[in-house]
Design a binder for this molecule. Sequence first.
Ligand SMILES: Cc1cc2nc3c(=O)[nH]c(=O)nc-3n(C[C@H](O)[C@H](O)[C@H](O)COP(=O)(O)OP(=O)(O)OC[C@H]3O[C@@H](n4cnc5c(N)ncnc54)[C@H](O)[C@@H]3O)c2cc1C
Ligand SMILES: Cc1cc2nc3c(=O)[nH]c(=O)nc-3n(C[C@H](O)[C@H](O)[C@H](O)COP(=O)(O)O)c2cc1C
Length: 595
Amino acid sequence: MENRAMTQSILPTHPLDGLQLTRLQQAVEGLNSEQLTWASGYLAGLGAVQPAIGEAANEAPLLTILYATHGGNARGVAEALADGARARGLAPRLVAAEGYRARDLTKERLLVVVISTQGEGEPPEGAFELFRYLKGNKAPQLDGLKYAVFGLGDSSYEHFCQAAKELDALLQGCGAQALLQRIDADVDFQRQSTAWQGEVLRAVGQLQPSDQARIIPLQRGTTAGIRYDRNHPFQSELLERRRITTTDALSEVHHLALEIDPQAISYRPGDALGVLFRNDPAVVEEILSHTRLSGDTRVKLGDDELTLTQALIERLELTQLHPRLVKAWAALSGDRELSALSEDGEGLRRFVQGLQLIDLLQAYPVELDGQGVVNLLHPRQPRLYSIASSQAAYEDEVHLAVSTLRYRGHGREHLGGASGYLTRRLVAGERLGVYVAENNGFRLPQSGDTPIIMVGAGTGIAPYRAFLQAREAAGAGGDGWLIYGNRHFHRDFLYQADWLNYRKAGLLKRISLAFSRDGKERTYVQARLYEERAELYRWLRQGAHLYICGGVAMEQGVRQALQAIAQDQGGLDEAAAIEYIESLREQGRYQRDVY
Ligand SMILES: Cc1cc2nc3c(=O)[nH]c(=O)nc-3n(C[C@H](O)[C@H](O)[C@H](O)COP(=O)(O)OP(=O)(O)OC[C@H]3O[C@@H](n4cnc5c(N)ncnc54)[C@H](O)[C@@H]3O)c2cc1C
Ligand SMILES: Cc1cc2nc3c(=O)[nH]c(=O)nc-3n(C[C@H](O)[C@H](O)[C@H](O)COP(=O)(O)O)c2cc1C
């Protein structure tokens, strides 16, 4: 109460908005006077400016924490490590790979990298330059550098944690010395990351003379304020959902509008929304009936105790099974065929495609108690959806275009966990946990005058709606060209009216379409790109930024088409055409968001 009175007394002159003031009041509530004195020093530190690398004499940062992410997991791990380091009085420099100058590596003494793997064993977009630099013939000597690498990946992919492995080898190849063994963490990385953070901080502590442990001004924006992330999602309400493909379309895509508090959540065009979904209660009922378990059975998940039904609906993966689960299941069921399959890496990867828990239970029954079921399953992973709106146009909303994943597998109809929830079960007025997954590798050009070419297929059109809303709100005059593909013009041209309006308003100068099932021959966006190669090359020569969003295969096709265009229009040989695309990428003029 005393604290509240204190903060209220400064009300007339403070620069905080209502929500910020409430948060500050909550944060200091109950602190005694000694704690308040410390906190005031801490807050003063937050306001101070952090020196840039090598800026102050002999003040090179003791520890640089670099992260390369696509969906935000690596960033979360890096931020938690940075918080831990600060709590120990260190002054880490926390930096995203896309904001890091690769040449600064020679100035580092202690570098910790958290990096995920994307595509088919590739580093996230933001780390491409770093990799290129380390692989190139101007690769630096890094004899004075100590480093640690934490890799994030998914062992159901063929190239598990490939980017982390490669980076580790590259750093070593340049003479840097590993402080700790590299960690290759799987989808359930939380525990490993917490343990690793402790190890890093212990190892770093041993390197520092104790008199260097000092309180140093902390970096802005990381520890201050509430950070909504996969572990602390924002509770958002579904305002509206409507289907935006016709009922006779093969794909079922829905437009969703979710409410957010603009004081608490901000996002930029190019970002995705992380969604914490709830599994289907009907499927959970079936699981319970197969296992003959009561949903009221109490189970433990980490430190939490909850009912089996709650755990299955809210906390565990039922629709996307991990190869490791199948291995464990094979051992439990004693089924010879399943055991043999679980030893065949490639066969196992194919087998888990489309495999849901209910399929395993039906085909290979095992006796398990409630806790046994929980121990076998992996924690539910959030799913990402490209944001299809701009906050400049919809301050308190987030729009998504979600395709319902429906498939027949293992003898029955299946729905995807998150897309089934978002498009079939969630109803207007209900709340769900969300967070913003920043994507600094997919951003509009700084200048509104720069032309943009937006290539997308299926729901890959979503971020371009955000791009054009932002450009319209900013009154930007740069030309836009949308190159879009889907199956049928009349059935699944997503947000068609929007594009036609942008065309009328002049924000879209060109629209090129490839509807694969409308003609006799199947035509895809890459073919359209090549057909319009002279114009495309002209746009690129005028400085256009090229964006690609959609499936991995589509991006590969577009890249090949672009290479052929550079050869045809630019008179380049194959190597020079590849180099041309690389240089576009380096300039931030070739950006991809693939999934
Ligand atoms: C950065 C990013 C942005 C994205 N943006 C969007 C977006 O804007 N809109 C959108 O709709 N999605 C988007 N996605 C995809 C989305 O995140 C989910 O992956 C998708 O909705 C499926 O999730 P789910 O939980 O419904 O399915 P899950 O429960 O995760 O099931 C997926 C599993 O189903 C199986 N499967 C899939 N298809 C088949 C098939 N045909 N036959 C057999 N098995 C199959 C596979 O095993 C797959 O692993 C994006 C993904 C990323 C990474
Ligand atoms: C499109 C896509 C491709 C992926 N490819 C790989 C891969 O080749 N190897 C791997 O180990 N993990 C792969 N992953 C898994 C991610 O590395 C993993 O989900 C990680 O936690 C993501 O971290 P981030 O959010 O920091 O990007 C892929 C994930 C996606 C969405």
